[in-house]
Design a protein around this ligand. Structure first.
Ligand code: ATP
Length: 627
C-alpha cells in the first residue's frame, strides 16, 4: 500500500522541514493515500508525480528529491531555501514544470538541462542564482513555454548563438547582471523582460550597442568568464581566515624545513632520555625499548612541500620523543628535534602485507592534502619493515581529550561556540577530503581521537586513510562503524566496500559526542547512537545535551539543529545520509545564524515583502493544465 518514494519524501522532510509544516505526513504511512500535503502519485505505479510544497517555511536541502524518478511537477515556491540547488535535473527525465521562485537558492544554474525534453515551465526567478545561463541548451528544449529567470545574479551574455526559441511564450531575464546584445530570437519579448541588466543593450531595449558589445556578443555565453561573484560577508571572512591559516601553515613548513636542515648540521648523538614514575616517558623512537630500526635498511624518505634536506631518518629516530598514545594503526610520539621544534611521528604496525608500491602511492596522495582542517602529513619513511609518518604537532591534543578528559572539579567547560566550531571544522576537513579527487578518498576511521585541535580551537582531521592501509581495514571496535559494514560482517558475507557515506556516519557519532559530552562507547543497542535515537525530541534539552551547555538557553535551537544534522548522518541507509559537503554547509548555517550574520535571512525578509505577483504566479492552475 505504500510508495517506493516514501523514504525519499521522509528524508526530504527531515532535511528541509525544521519548522514542522509537514508534520501531518506522519499521520499515515502512505504518501499516495491523499493525506500527505502536496503529494500526488500515479495510481498504478504509486510513484510520486507531483510535489507542490509552497509557502511552507521549508529550508535546508533538496537532495533527497533526486530519487523521485517519476516526478513531473515540482514547486517549492516561496519557501526559505538558501543553499545551491544540488539536484541534477536529469534525475527527473519526465519533468514538465519546475518552480523554485521566491527562495534564496544560490549557486549555478541547475545542471542537466539538456535531458529535459518534456519541460514546459521553468521558473527560477527571485533567488540568488549566479553564473551563466545555459541558453543554448534551453533553446534546444522543444516544449519550453515559460522561462522565468528574473531577479537573480546571472552573468554572461544571452548569446548570439541562440537563433531560435520556437515554443517560448513567456520569458523574463530582468534584474540580473547580464551583458551584451540581446539575440534576435528574443526580440519578441517586451523591454521589461530585459531591464535591470546594466550590460544588456540593443533591441528591444532603448540602449544602442557599442562596437565593443558586438565583439563580446559573438562569443558563446559559456565561454565568457563570469563576472566575479559578489562576496557576502561570510565568504569574505572565510577567505581571510583561509588565507591567514595558509600563510601560517607556509611559515610553519618553512620553519620546520629550516630547523631540520640546521639540526642535521649541528646535531650530536643525544642520549635517550627516560623519565620514570608518574611522568610521561621520554625516549628516542629508535631505542628506549620500543624496538626501533635504523635508517639504512633500504628505506625511502619522502618529504612533501618541496622541503629538501630531510634525507636522514636517523635524526628523527634518535631525537628525544614522548609517547602520545597507541592507536589501532600504530604508536604515536611527540618528537622534539634538535632546534626545539616539535613534530608528531607515527610508527605504523603491520602494513607490510600490502604492496609497498600501493602504500607509497596512497601516502603520496595523502601528503598532497593541504587544508586548514586537516593535519598535514609532512613526510614518510618506508623501508622493508618500517613505516614512519611525520605530521605537524598540534599542542591542544585530540578532540576526545578536550571533550572527555578532566571531567569533574577544576575542568574548564567547553562552551557552545567552541563546540560548534569543532563540529564545523571537522566537517570542513572531511568535506575537503571527500571532494579532493575523483578517487573519492575516504578517511576510514573518523573518531574524536583522530580529530586534533589546533591553537585556535579549530578541529583538524588526522590519520587520514591509514586504516585503509592495514590488512584488515575495519577497526576492531565498532563504536563509530556504519551499520552496513557491521551487518555484512555478521552474516559472514564479503565485507562491503568502505564508502564516503561510512565516514559521514562516523562523523555523526562524533557530533553526538560534542553535543552530549558522553564518550562514544558500545555497539548496537548499547551505543551512544541508540541512546540518543531513543530519546524523544521534547526531552532533548533535558536528557541529551551536555550539562556544560545548560547555561546557553538562547542557543538551544542551534543545539537542536546540530543534533538533527547528526541524526541525518546516522541514517541507517547510506543513501539517506547527506554528503559531507552538505553536512558542512548545514553546520555553517547553524553557526552563522547563532552569530547573527546569516545573509540568507536578509534576502528572505526582502522577498516576503514583495507584493507584485508575477505572470507565473498561477502555478496551481498551470499545474492542473499540464498534468
Ligand atoms: N598531530 C598531532 N598533534 C598532537 N597530538 C596528536 C597528534 N596526533 C595524535 N596526537 C595525540 O596522540 C594520541 C594517539 O594518537 P594515535 O593516532 O596513535 O591513536 P588514535 O587517535 O587512538 O587513533 P587510531 O586508533 O586511528 O590509530 C591522540 O589521541 C592524540 O591525543
Amino acid at each position: 500500500s505504500g510508495s517506493p518514494d516514501s523514504a525519499a519524501l521522509l528524508a526530504f522532510k527531515s532535511w528541509a522541514d525544521a519548522s514542522g509544516s509537514l508534520a501531518g505526513w506522519a499521520n499515515s504511512s502512505d504518501p499516495c493515500g491523499g493525506s500527505w500535503l502536496g503529494v500526488t502519485c500515479n495510481a498504478r505505479t504509486r510513484r510520486v508525480t507531483k510535489l507542490v510544497l509552497e509557502n511552507l517555511n521549508l529550508s535546508g536541502y533538496v537532495e533527497p528529491l533526486a530519487r523521485l524518478a517519476e516526478l513531473r511537477v515540482l514547486s517549492l515556491k516561496r519557501n526559505r531555501f538558501a543553499a545551491s540547488f544540488s539536484v541534477d535535473l536529469s534525475s527527473w527525465p519526465n519533468l514538465k514544470q519546475l518552480h523554485l521562485s521566491y527562495n534564496g537558492f544560490s549557486g549555478d544554474f541547475p545542471a542537466g538541462v539538456p535531458n529535459l525534453r518534456r519541460l514546459r515551465r521553468l521558473d527560477l526567478s527571485h533567488n540568488n542564482f549566479t553564473g551563466v545561463i545555459p541558453l543554448a541548451e534551453l533553446a534546444r528544449l522543444p516544449r519550453l513555454l515559460t522561462l522565468r529567470l528574473e531577479a537573480n545574479s546571472f552573468t554572461g551574455t544571452l548569446g548570439a548563438a541562440v537563433d531560435s526559441f520556437p515554443s517560448l511564450s513567456d520569458a523574463n531575464f530582468s534584474d540580473n547582471e547580464l551583458a551584451g546584445r540581446i539575440p534576435t530570437s528574443l526580440w519578441r519579448f517586451p523591454a521589461t523582460a530585459f531591464s535591470g541588466n546594466k550590460g544588456l543593450c540593443g533591441k528591444p531595449l532603448p540602449s544602442v550597442c557599442s562596437n565593443h558589445t558586438a565583439a563580446i556578443d559573438t562569443v558563446q555565453p559559456e565561454a565568457i568568464a563570469p563576472k566575479p561573484k559578489r562576496l557576502n560577508h561570510r565568504t569574505v571572512l572565510s577567505i581571510v581566515a583561509v588565507d591567514a591559516v595558509a600563510v601560517s601553515a607556509a611559515l610553519a613548513t618553512v620553519t620546520w624545513c629550516c630547523y631540520r636542515k640546521r639540526s642535521r648540521r649541528v646535531r650530536s648523538e643525544s642520549p635517550c632520555e627516560v623519565k620514570t614514575g608518574a611522568q610521561k616517558q621520554t625516549y628516542g623512537i629508535h631505542g628506549g625499548g620500543v624496538g626501533g630500526v635504523g635508517g639504512g635498511d633500504g628505506g625511502e624518505l619522502v618529504v612533501f612541500d618541496g622541503c629538501r634536506g630531510f634525507d636522514r631518518v636517523d635524526d628523527l629516530l634518535r631525537s628525544s620523543a614522548e609517547l602520545l598514545g597507541k592507536g589501532g594503526v600504530g604508536t604515536t610520539y611527540k618528537v622534539v628535534v634538535a632546534d626545539g621544534g616539535t613534530v608528531v611521528v607515527k610508527r605504523v604496525r603491520e602494513v607490510l602485507r600490502r604492496r609497498r608500491k600501493d602504500v607509497d602511492a596512497r601516502l603520496r596522495e595523502i601528503g598532497g592534502l593541504r587544508h586548514p582542517n586537516v593535519v598535514s602529513l609532512r613526510a614518510f619513511y618506508h623501508s622493508q619493515d618500517e613505516l614512519l609518518l611525520v605530521y605537524d604537532y598540534l599542542p591542544r591534543g585530540s578532540m576526545h581529550s578536550l571533550l572527555h578528559e578532566n571531567r569533574g572539579p577544576g575542568r574548564t567547560p567547553l562552551d557552545w561556540t567552541a563546540r560548534i566550531k569543532l563540529a564545523a571544522g571537522a566537517a570542513s576537513g572531511l568535506a575537503y577530503l571527500h571532494e579532493y579527487s575523483n578517487a573519492k578518498l575516504v578517511h576510514g576511521h573518523v573518531t574524536s581521537s583522530n580529530i586534533i585541535v589546533d591553537d585556535s580551537g579549530s578541529a583538524c582531521i588526522s590519520n587520514i586513510g591509514l586504516h585503509q592501509l592495514l590488512p584488515s581495514p575495519l577497526p576492531s571496535d565498532n563504536t563509530y562503524t556504519a551499520p552496513e559494514l557491521i551487518l555484512h560482517n555478521n552474516h559472514g558475507s564479503t565485507q562491503r566496500k568502505y564508502t564516503q557515506k561510512c565516514d559521514v556516519y562516523s562523523f555523526g557519532v562524533v557530533v553526538l559526542e560534542i553535543l552530549t559530552g558522553k564518550m562514544a562507547t558500545g555497539e548496537g543497542e548499547t551505543s551512544l547512537v541508540k541512546w540518543v535515537q531513543r530519546v524523544p525530541q521534547e526531552e532533548w534539552k533535558r536528557e541529551v545535551f551536555d550539562f556544560e551547555l545548560m547555561g546557553y538557553k538562547e542557543m538551544e535551537e542551534d543545539m537542536t539543529a546540530l543534533l538533527q544534522v547528526a541524526l541525518l548522518c546516522l541514517a541507517t541507509l547510506p543513501r539517506d545520509r547527506p554528503k559531507m559537503s552538505v553536512v558542512h554547509n548545514m553546520i555553517e548555517d547553524i553557526r552563522n545564524k547563532g552569530a547573527g550574520e546569516d545573509p540568507t535571512n536578509c534576502s528572505v525578509n526582502n522577498l516576503s515583502s514583495d507584493s507584485s505577483p508575477s505572470r507565473s504566479e498561477s502555478t496551481s492552475t498551470a499545474l492542473a493544465a499540464d498534468l
